[in-house]
Design a protein. Structure first.
Length: 343
């Protein structure tokens, strides 16, 4: 799963972008504004998103502020479906946890935080929503066998199918294909509910309402969200990705083949700031008790990929990637943990 969001509240183009047009400078400026706006709301995927996105892009260039919410939502869902329903998606996502890349560091740091939060829990019925190919399920089955009766749920059939193959204790794992916004489980069923790397893809209000519904009173809930205010995310979304898109467009003009052009993925993610997320979960009776910032990173892309080739201590000491005090704002993601109110 990508670790960057295509939607950022800090990268909207100015309203007078049409007035900046003029010769080469104007053309380049419009490309920049369009690329940044893609980071904010453009999530045209392949499949049906290609057709919708092509028409919507032309209209959006002429009228940047009149792009329909319905078209954006359809394109966003198409991007998400394309990303996770491809046959090779589970293998790619599981492989991203290995090696020494920035993605691997991100996942390793988050897994360390969640494992630590669950280490003292007595066990019970656990739901992993947005389970992906089952990396966390496999981790829990190996480190705490028999402690949790696990149900793994994901909107992608390909991901759910991969869970059984990755799990080392299939007898304790049940699976279900479903969206986090419409969970097919009875009320108050689970003692522990996890939603890691999934809220960025859905309507957070509806999602946390469903999580609270299936969690028993007093149950433990763990959520994750990308940190939209980290220097890494701001630079990636507002500078690095737009630069890659501009480079790709210029390469297309000069005839560079499709497979050799630069570009940036469109994942369909949308982040929610910490304060807003805490407000949403309080509204449904969840009491946030701990907020942990992880994947602390003072570097920005693409320099982080270069440095990670030599700086590999985070794999043996993942606690070094956790943010405390002022350093927490360098965390590229955060985890919120708490219990559901007894009332």
């Amino acid at each position: 799963m990508p670790v960057a969001a295509d939607v950022s509240a800090h990268s909207k183009p100015p309203a007078n972008s049409q007035m900046l047009a003029g010769l080469i400078l104007g053309a380049v400026m419009r490309m920049m504004l369009k690329a940044v706006d893609d980071t904010d709301t453009g999530n045209e995927g392949f499949c049906r998103g290609v057709v919708i996105g092509a028409v919507d892009r032309i209209r959006h260039v002429l009228h940047p502020r009149q792009r329909s919410a319905a078209a954006r939502q359809i394109a966003r869902e198409a991007a998400v479906d394309h990303q996770f329903n491809e046959p090779g998606a589970p293998i790619e996502y599981a492989a991203a946890h290995d090696g020494w890349s920035p993605d691997a560091r991100f996942y390793c740091s988050r897994l360390h935080v969640v494992s630590k939060l669950l280490s003292q829990h007595p066990g019970g019925f656990l739901l992993d929503v947005g389970c992906g190919p089952g990396v966390l399920v496999d981790q829990l089955s190996k480190t705490r066998p028999g402690v949790f009766t696990i149900t793994a749920c994901d909107r992608s059939p390909a991901m759910v199918e991969a869970v059984a193959k990755l799990s080392s204790s299939g007898e304790h794992v049940q699976t279900a294909v479903a969206s986090i916004e419409h969970l097919p489980f009875a009320d108050r069923r689970f003692d522990v509910v996890l939603a890691l790397g999934v809220l960025e893809y859905v309507d957070c209000r509806n999602a946390v309402r469903e999580l609270s519904r299936v969690c028993r009173p007093g149950g433990f809930v763990v959520l994750s969200m990308l940190n939209p205010f980290s220097p890494y995310r701001l630079f990636e979304w507002c500078v690095y990705w737009p630069a890659l898109r501009i480079a790709g467009r210029l390469e297309r003009i000069v005839g560079v083949p499709d497979g050799d052009r630069h570009g940036a993925c469109r994942s369909g993610m949308q982040t929610v700031r910490r304060g807003k997320l805490c407000q949403l979960i309080r509204e449904v009776g969840l009491m946030p008790e701990e907020v942990v910032y992880y994947d602390v990173n003072a570097l920005v892309p693409p320099f982080d990929r270069i440095v990670r080739r030599w700086c590999r201590g985070w794999r043996e000491q993942p606690e070094r990637t956790i943010g405390k005090g002022a350093r927490r704002w360098l965390g590229t993601g955060l985890v919120i943990a708490g219990h559901l109110s007894e009332t």
